[in-house]
Design a protein around this ligand. Structure first.
Ligand SMILES: Cc1cc2nc3c(=O)[nH]c(=O)nc-3n(C[C@H](O)[C@H](O)[C@H](O)COP(=O)(O)OP(=O)(O)OC[C@H]3O[C@@H](n4cnc5c(N)ncnc54)[C@H](O)[C@@H]3O)c2cc1C
Length: 386
């Protein structure tokens, strides 16, 4: 049986970013293994995102972790990648006249963390994004000029390459089926009958995080996987997509964005689902097509590609990063929701610090992120004396 210091379960973006930061931190001889059930990494949610890095998306804690991640993605360490991880896109969150006050308030709120964010009046919105119909932008928009497209494959590959260079090991076709703790070590049983031993587990299993927690005897964190559908379609002939921003409606009931010579669209659906290999529903694609055609001058004649993925949230929609309060050596890295790629660089780093008992990195804490607000202990009912 192979022995490791840390066994990370899941080779999505959460698992590989944790491995990237953790592997070089271990004393010589200490090692990290990533155990992934599928025959390729990033098969589930990580391979199915819309690939936007938005510092105005999510709650205050998520936005702060996204800002910290952006610093890494904009200037990754030498050798991480040979081309940019982020490319400028810009995003507008547009709404109707009756939403104007709320849109202005949101812009002012986001600008506290990201000063370049501002409210655009309806004419400015249509100038920047001429595909929108005037009624869809009559309340103006929150404009985030520094929202970027992410190269998710390059980010994932960079983390994995770095983790391996520091001695980390990736095992594919390695589904974890049982977890037993004895004498300060985990015995991790795999579907093929093999076992691996590790002092600590990092649960980065995405939609399956509560399933893995239950195998270890942990109380659930109440994770709810929610299906989101996306698809691509042709852009109008001759349209230059280079400088067209992404469009999200203020109610988040659809979005569309230029995507390598075509458009990516979504209903922005959040349908609760058991953890599974999520598949798109025709009705969700059709509803999204209708909403995009109603709000814009785009005509969607043919869906080129469609897919769905699970965005998994806990009740407060923040990340869960920390050791289980009751089960020794079991570290949660879950609840990435709709922000798992944009937060990954900083999430992996803060998880590493917490897993090694070093507290939150100072730069991340100074953005307003609190260890207690990430801890799985926040889901444990407080003890009440009888
Ligand atoms: C349509 C859509 C759009 C999105 N857009 C964005 C976006 O623009 N920006 C952004 O930042 N995020 C976006 N997201 C969210 C983002 O994709 C997720 O937050 C992120 O990918 C979650 O990564 P993860 O590593 O936690 O999960 P996953 O990628 O699902 O990885 C978990 C892994 O654990 C493995 N696993 C599970 N159980 C076991 C087991 N028992 N044994 C071994 N392995 C196991 C799984 O096989 C899986 O590979 C989007 C998601 C969707 C669906």
């Amino acid at each position: 049986m192979q022995d490791f210091d840390f066994a990370i379960i899941g080779a999505g973006i959460a698992g590989v970013s944790a491995a990237y930061h953790l592997a070089p931190q271990l004393a010589s001889g200490g090692r990290v293994v990533i155990l992934e059930r599928e025959h390729v990494p990033a098969y589930h949610t990580t391979g199915r995102s819309a690939a936007l890095h938005s510092e105005t998306y999510g709650n205050a804690s998520i936005r702060a972790i996204t800002v910290a991640s952006g610093r890494f993605y904009r200037q990754p360490p030498a050798g991480f990648t040979d081309h940019p991880l982020l490319t400028p896109r810009g995003a507008i969150v547009a709404g109707r006249a009756e939403q104007e006050a709320a849109i202005k308030a949101a812009a002012a709120d986001y600008a506290q963390l990201v000063p370049s964010v501002r409210w655009l009046d309806p004419a400015e919105v249509l100038h920047l994004q001429p595909l929108l119909k005037p009624e869809a932008a009559s309340g103006g928009a929150v404009f985030e000029p520094e929202a970027d497209d992410m190269d998710v494959a390059a980010i994932h590959a960079g983390f994995l390459k770095g983790a391996r260079a520091a001695g980390g090991v990736l095992r594919l076709n390695a589904e974890v089926t049982a977890l037993d703790r004895k004498d300060g070590r985990w015995t991790i049983r795999l579907r093929d009958g093999e076992s691996v031993s590790a002092a600590n587990i990092v649960n980065a299993s995405g939609a399956w995080a509560d399933v893995l927690g239950a195998l270890a005897g942990c109380a659930p964190i109440g994770l709810v996987p929610k299906r989101r559908t996306a698809f691509t379609f042709d852009s109008p002939q001759g349209l230059d997509l280079t400088h067209l921003p992404m469009v999200i409606d203020f109610d988040e009931s659809f979005y569309f964005k230029p995507e390598v010579g075509q458009f990516l669209g979504s209903l922005a659906d959040e349908t609760p689902s058991p953890p599974c290999d999520a598949q798109p529903e025709e009705i969700d694609v059709a509803t999204a097509v209708d909403r995009i055609e109603t709000a814009s001058t785009l005509t969607i004649r043919r869906i080129k590609n469609k897919w769905a993925g699970l965005r998994s949230f806990v009740a407060d929609k923040s990340l869960v990063a920390g050791y289980d309060p009751k089960v020794e050596g079991f570290f949660w890295l879950a609840g990435q929701g709709g922000y798992g790629i944009q937060t990954a660089a900083a999430a992996g780093r803060l998880a590493t610090n917490l897993a090694l008992g070093k507290g939150l990195p100072v730069d991340i804490a100074s953005l307003g992120v609190a260890e207690a607000a990430l801890s799985p202990a926040r889901f444990t009912a407080p003890f009440t004396a009888k």
